[in-house]
Write a protein that binds this ligand. Structure first.
Ligand code: PLP
Length: 393
């Protein structure tokens, strides 16, 4: 017996999700065949932790509160506890961005909202390619018409806005997979385009903490409060990939022709989930406390140093390579290699595991991405091996 109706059309519209699984399968098979070979795991974009003790103390302290009737908490407010919304606003203020705590909406990381956001609007969607695949998956799942802006070396994968059209536009800066942050001039062009055309920018700032001197937030661009929302996450900044906490910033004055976007978002939050766990929100508050800024920055710098080492290794051999403003390095494959062929080559010759660029959309074929979330010493070793491999090509 089967159920009497089909899965929704959305499943058929999402891209085939084979690249990441296939890369994992190939690495597992290689490890089994060569158990004594050292493998440099620069494929997936997951942090390696551990959490800072201050974060764990806040998490466990909040769990203990749940033990007693006086301090027990049930359902959290759908948009987040005030203490965390205030901590987010203060964190933004330290980066020079003024928002009200009520404009910060606590989420369980960035992914859900990035997948869902196009479903909240009656819109077409514009997606630069290559980019984080979740944008296209979400838009396709909800049956949106998608246009891609395919990047290239001529614009260092930072495409200009189109000449016309009205879209929900995903911008990811610093970019996964390209590893570079968009500059102020480029973002100003995008904000101008969005305001002139009645478009909405969804600015994915998951890697904002990797920007040391440059634009971390779309809201540092004049006019962005009328045409943008920002999605951010503690995953990469503070090691929350497993704990799950992020936030969306929705300016209070952002409206469609007839409705407030923040009111609509509140309605969506209230109906679609029951908020983020109290202990996790306390842990996020601790992670955003200014007393942890220096330690957090030190860790981010270590990841960035790894990305820069890989970038230098390739650049010194004359290869086109981008990255360094994030944990990612984006390398053009040597002539004649597809993304998958170069992936196989690096794995078998150097034990280096990367991600084929084709996993990030059409614009990624012919490139590979390295993630430097591995221990710095191991990334440095991989950079040396990479440079030797490229020297011989
Ligand atoms: N945005 C980008 C560009 C990412 O690379 C990721 C995760 O890898 C996310 C958002 C989502 O992260 P999370 O859901 O853990 O906050």
């Amino acid at each position: 017996m089967s159920i009497g109706f089909e899965l929704s059309d959305g499943f058929g519209k999402m891209r085939e999700d084979y690249v990441f699984a296939e890369a994992g399968r190939k690495v597992a098979a290689f490890t089994e065949r060569h158990p004594s070979r050292k493998i440099y795991r620069l494929g997936i974009g997951d942090v390696r932790g551990p959490l800072f003790p201050e974060i764990v103390d806040a998490l466990s302290g909040a769990c203990r509160e749940m033990e007693s009737a006086e301090t027990f908490r049930g359902y959290a407010p759908a948009s987040g506890y005030d203490f965390l919304r205030e901590a987010i606003a203060e964190y933004c203020a330290r980066g020079g961005i003024e928002i009200s705590p009520s404009e910060a909406y606590v989420t369980d990381g960035g992914k859900n909202i990035l997948f869902d956001v196009s479903s909240l609007f009656d819109c077409d969607v514009l997606i630069p390619s290559p980019t984080y695949p979740v944008y296209a998956d979400g838009a396709a799942f909800f049956g949106k018409k998608i246009e891609y802006l395919v990047g290239s070396e001529s614009d260092d994968f930072a495409p200009d806005p189109p000449r016309k059209g009205r879209y929900l536009i995903y911008l990811c800066s610093p970019s996964n997979p390209v590893g570079e942050a968009l500059g102020r001039d480029k973002l100003t062009e995008w904000v101008k385009f969005a305001n002139d055309s009645g478009s909405l920018i969804v600015f994915d700032a998951a890697y904002e903490s990797f920007v040391f001197s440059g634009v971390k937030s779309i809201f540092s661009i004049d006019g962005a409060r009328n045409c943008a929302i920002e999605v951010s996450s503690l995953s990469k900044r503070s090691g929350f990939t497993g704990l799950r906490c992020g936030y969306a910033i929705i300016p209070s004055g952002l409206t469609t022709a007839s409705r407030s976007v923040s009111r609509a978002f509140e309605r969506y939050c209230a109906s679609s989930d029951n908020g983020v766990a109290y202990p996790v929100q306390r842990a996020a508050q601790a992670a955003l406390d200014p007393s942890l800024d220096a330690k957090t920055l030190e860790r981010i710098r270590e990841y960035s140093l790894g990305a820069l080492a890989l970038k230098k290794a390739a650049a010194k051999r004359g290869f086109y390579v981008l990255g360094g403003s994030s944990p990612y390095t984006w390398l053009k494959c040597p002539d004649g290699f597809s993304s998958w062929e170069f992936f196989d080559y690096l794995l078998s010759l150097g034990g280096i595991c990367c991600t084929p660029g084709c996993g990030f959309g059409e614009g990624g074929e012919g490139y590979v991405r390295f993630s430097s979330f591995a221990p710095l010493q191991s990334v440095d070793e991989a950079a040396f091996i990479l440079s030797e491999i490229l020297r011989k090509l």
